[in-house]
Design a protein around this ligand. Structure first.
Ligand SMILES: NC(=O)C1=CN([C@@H]2O[C@H](COP(=O)(O)OP(=O)(O)OC[C@H]3O[C@@H](n4cnc5c(N)ncnc54)[C@H](OP(=O)(O)O)[C@@H]3O)[C@@H](O)[C@H]2O)C=CC1
Ligand SMILES: O=C(O)[C@@H]1CCC=N1
Length: 264
């Protein structure tokens, strides 16, 4: 039997998860119920047949997997409302930044299996990187949640204490990559391309570079060596970028994001 899934919080990530799960055939639309308080702002973004509700309790009661996808400061109120109807047969999966497994267990008030999952917005097109941690879950439940996220991208199981790091590298990482691509587009226009062509060239080149690492299992520097012709234009550009602090600014940005989670 297919899992019935409640996605509590139909925002950017919640709707992306619903889209991915349906595209990948992990779920049929009628098996997913997605909630938000203002449901009029959600319609149209979702595949036909997905149920939409502003009633979290009703959604939880009808589901065996509950995905929590509200903003961090909203989780306490949501958990207070749904805790009385949670059962030990359900699986609770939070994608919320900075909320630990022990926070979830405390708010759930019963001893049910709890998971944290950190996907990114590419989950909508089955290309997420999702880091998963869990507590109190059976092998079967771990397999279920792992299989769910495997249908929409790659999954790695991690310790809960690495979840903030996973949030930065895997989820914020989508935005960092977009900025890199955007800068390439801006430069591409300056050296002669129209915006649309520059966008295609920049995005496909980044996709190809990532595929080289994933398929070859190589280190970036090995792939860079294959591109940098001695006395050629690539090494001149790369060195200029490093003189301007390219790697350093990326590393500092990642660490600033990480520190922000710890501070909140
Ligand atoms: N966006 C991303 O790339 C990623 C986000 N995350 C995490 O996922 C969570 C969601 O992020 P994101 O989707 O970007 O945020 P959004 O603000 O887009 O989505 C949050 C959603 O929750 C809904 N909501 C708020 N309160 C309730 C409630 N009481 N009951 C039901 N729904 C409610 C809001 O709708 P309404 O106001 O109508 O209720 C809104 O649609 C965050 O905790 C974030 O840290 C993690 C990884 C990646
Ligand atoms: O910016 C944020 O806080 C969330 C967490 C990861 C991606 N977006």
């Amino acid at each position: 039997m297919n899992s019935k899934i409640a996605i509590i919080g139909g925002g950017n990530l919640g709707t992306a998860i619903a889209q991915g799960l349906i595209k990948s055939d992990f779920s049929i639309p009628s098996d997913i119920i997605i909630t938000k308080r203002n449901i009029s702002s959600l319609k149209g973004e979702l595949p036909a047949g997905v149920k939409v509700s502003d009633d979290n309790v009703k959604a939880v009661v009808a589901s065996n997997i509950i995905i929590l996808a509200v903003k961090p400061f909203q989780i306490a109120g949501v958990m207070e409302a749904i805790a009385p109807v949670l059962t030990k047969k359900q699986v609770l999966v939070s994608v919320i930044t900075g909320v630990t497994l022990s926070d979830l267990k405390e708010m759930a008030k019963i001893d049910l299996p709890v998971f944290r999952a950190m996907p990114n917005t590419a989950v909508a097109i089955e290309q997420s990187m999702t880091c998963v941690s869990s507590d109190n879950a059976s092998d079967k439940q771990v397999q279920l949640v792992t299989r769910m996220f495997s249908t929409v991208g790659k999954v790695v199981t991690i310790d809960d204490k690495l979840m903030d790091a996973a949030t930065v590298l895997g989820a914020c990482g989508t935005a960092y990559a977009m900025r890199y691509i955007r800068a390439n587009i801006q430069a591409g226009i300056e050296i002669g391309f129209d915006a649309k062509t520059a966008n295609l060239i920049a995005a496909q080149t980044v996709k190809g570079a990532a595929e080289l690492l994933l398929k070859n299992g190589s280190h970036p520097e090995q792939e860079i060596d294959k591109v940098t012709t001695p006395k050629g234009c690539t090494i001149v550009g790369l060195n200029e970028m490093e003189h301007r602090g390219f790697s350093s600014s990326l590393i500092r940005g990642v660490i600033a994001s990480y520190k922000k989670i710890a501070k909140d």
